[in-house]
Design a protein around this ligand. Structure first.
Ligand SMILES: NC(=O)c1ccc[n+]([C@@H]2O[C@H](COP(=O)([O-])OP(=O)(O)OC[C@H]3O[C@@H](n4cnc5c(N)ncnc54)[C@H](OP(=O)(O)O)[C@@H]3O)[C@@H](O)[C@H]2O)c1
Length: 257
């Protein structure tokens, strides 16, 4: 970590692949130094080396299992005491174990809550404290379009992302007057290692990142990536009666469960 760098610094979790890695590329292009976080050190290091060479920035790697309380505490400590500065935080790490609750592996369920909710909340808290001291900063929490609709057969994951949306929206307002820009971005179906293979209307990680980039300059507390996903979120939160939305979601998700 270059403590004398004049460049802003972005910390990105889940940077070893998919949407997080794409955020890292975008921030590097914008001239940010990077701290890249995930469990897989080799892809993180390869990305950090590529981006450092290509963009004349400093990219460092912090290996952490965000389902492990000690690793999360270590990263919080790093943010609080050892990072020279923190300008942007992107919480992109997440897991999405599919299927009905009764058939889900209990360890996978616990890890999902630990990563999608607990780690995201603790890292956001650490960042907010640092950014409030600095009087500026941006936090982007990656939610999901699934977070706008209770999802039968995908109940826990969708609810974890509802938490991300509501948590982030509340913080967005709470910290606006302190100079912080905080918002969530909800991707729909996006082609990444978590959701591989092209299907109709699937989005690319670059599109999710560009949606986030556009939102940065607005005051929106949350955004949805893509027109079709935005329309679905609007229908399920503001237009359709709850029971109709639930029944439709149940039919859609039954085949995947
Ligand atoms: N792809 C989609 O269709 C879609 C749709 C809606 C929302 N999202 C959300 O978008 C975010 C990024 O997902 P993605 O699609 O880019 O999937 P991805 O390519 O699988 O990325 C997930 C990232 O999370 C990291 N991660 C997983 N478990 C971790 C752990 N225990 N500790 C630390 N890092 C961990 C992974 O790194 P390591 O495995 O190296 O640790 C990886 O970098 C997630 O929050 C996901 O819920 C995705």
């Amino acid at each position: 970590m270059n403590t004398a760098s004049p460049r802003p610094l972005a910390l990105i979790t889940g940077a070893s692949s998919g949407i997080g890695a794409q955020f890292a590329r975008r921030y590097a292009r914008e001239g940010f130094d990077l701290l890249l976080v995930a469990r897989s050190e080799a892809p993180l290091r390869a990305l950090a080396d590529d981006l450092s060479a290509e963009h004349a920035i400093t990219a460092s790697v912090h290996r952490a299992d965000l389902a492990d309380a000690a690793d999360v505490a270590g990263l919080v400590e790093f943010i609080t005491r050892r990072l020279p500065r923190l300008d942007h935080l992107v919480n992109s790490a997440g897991t999405a174990p599919e299927g009905d609750l009764d058939r889900m592996d209990p360890d996978a369920l616990r890890q999902m809550v630990d990563i999608n909710i607990t780690a995201l909340s603790l890292l956001t808290r650490a960042a907010v404290i640092r950014m409030r001291d600095a009087g500026t900063g941006t936090i982007i929490n990656i939610a999901s379009a699934a977070g706008y609709q209770p999802m039968p057969h995908y109940a826990a994951y969708a609810a974890s992302k509802s938490y991300v949306i509501r948590f982030t929206e509340a913080l967005s307002e709470e910290h606006r007057e302190h100079g912080l820009r905080i918002f969530s971005v909800a991707p729909g179906d996006t082609e990444t290692p978590m959701n591989p293979g092209p299907t109709k209307n699937k989005r690319q990680p670059q599109q999710v990142v560009e949606t986030a980039w556009r939102a940065m300059g607005t005051g929106a507390p949350s955004v949805v990536d893509g027109r079709a996903n935005s329309l679905l979120a609007l229908l399920s939160t503001r237009v359709l009666p709850k029971r109709f939305g639930l029944r439709t979601a149940e039919k859609m998700m039954r085949a995947r469960a």
